[in-house]
Write a protein that binds this ligand. Structure first.
Ligand code: FE
Length: 339
């Protein structure tokens, strides 16, 4: 049966177009709800672009990692959240332990994200890479003085090392990955030797470590690359440089910011499609560049400012290990007096 032309529909469509409502929005699905522990200014441009292209709205709820987990757990089946986004594989692993993430099997994510940067079981996927590497004072240290993370325990660095607190998940992941590679005993010896070399009490954040090294309070430290990038952007004359350790061995410790679909999402397909888009060549720079991070998708190059820090070999061990060995890492650092 032929559909009869209905002038009323035509008039309705015309009036909507006249009101300037973009066409995709007229046919859009329900909005996706994203719980995010990342800063809103980093995520907003990315979701705005997604909405522009697909018409799908993404509602953002930003809070601290722990608060979001408590909320997801409490909301249970009634959660409005379709996705959880946070930093560090140690945190994503915790979300899996809390049973708030869904296993997703996506060929696109497998294609776009290297194996070591996603959960082997598919609960979460990395979306940007940050390296946790060595930084040094260029007036007092030559790159040839540096070698591995372990070698920062050498007596020549006595009273010359600065570290961030072991309470931060970044260091828990670093040590967990070290345990997975070197074993418990060797890692204990490394952590002990670092503690022996500390020039100052541990710092509450990476930026303070960088500033202490620049000020000559100490000569070397370990930080996430984007903190170095941020600081240098404001003060390009600071006597600081990055060093890529363990290049003849396991490589630099990298971690991720990442996300997963929530266990009780009512829009699993749409949420998965959003993750797939975030991992795409098109979205990766948008996602990584804002925080001076590296794209996870190997086909996408970092922004020139980041590329200028040089190429490096990264540790290819699956980051799920950072979660599995997190508790052991915390206990080990505690035993060795790393505060
Ligand atoms: Fe950070």
């Amino acid at each position: 049966m032929a559909v009869k032309f209905q002038p009323r529909w035509f008039v309705a469509l015309l009036s909507i177009l006249w009101m300037g409502v973009p066409l995709p929005l007229l046919f859009a699905a329900d909005p996706l709800v994203l719980y995010s522990a990342r800063k809103e200014h980093l995520i907003k441009p990315v979701i705005d672009q997604y909405t522009k292209e697909t018409g799908i709205q993404v509602k953002l709820l930003t809070d601290k990692e722990a608060a979001l987990l408590v909320r997801l757990k409490a909301e249970g089946k009634n959660t409005p959240a379709d996705l959880l986004m946070t930093v560090d594989a140690g945190n994503l692993w915790q979300a899996v332990q809390q049973d708030v993430l869904l296993q997703v099997n996506s060929e696109i994510l497998k294609e776009n994200v290297p194996l070591h940067l996603r959960d082997p079981k598919g609960h979460w996927v990395g979306l940007s890479i940050r390296a946790r590497t060595i930084v040094y004072n260029t007036n007092r240290v030559k790159p040839s003085d540096l070698f591995t993370y372990e070698a920062l325990g050498d007596p020549k660095w006595k009273k010359r090392l600065c570290l961030r607190t072991s309470k931060k998940v970044y260091n828990q992941s670093l040590i967990a990955m070290m345990i997975s590679q070197l074993g418990k005993e060797k890692t204990e010896a490394v952590v002990q030797s670092w503690v022996n070399n500390l020039a100052t009490p541990v710092f509450s954040n990476d930026t303070k470590v960088l500033q202490a090294i620049a000020a000559g309070q100490c000569d070397v430290g370990i930080v996430n690359t984007y903190y170095y990038g941020r600081l240098l952007r404001n003060k390009p004359d600071m006597p600081l440089a990055l060093f890529w350790p363990n290049q003849a061995g396991r490589g630099v410790h990298v971690n991720i910011s990442g996300a997963g679909v929530t266990k009780h999402s009512k829009q699993v397909k749409a949420a998965t499609a959003f993750l797939e888009w975030l991992s795409s060549e098109e979205a990766q720079n948008l996602f990584a560049d804002g925080n001076l991070e590296y794209p996870v998708n190997p086909k996408v190059k970092p922004v020139p400012e980041v590329a200028a820090w040089g190429d490096f070999k990264q540790d290819q061990t699956n980051l799920a290990k950072a979660g599995e060995l997190q508790k052991e890492a915390i206990q080990l650092m505690d035993r060795m007096g790393y505060k």
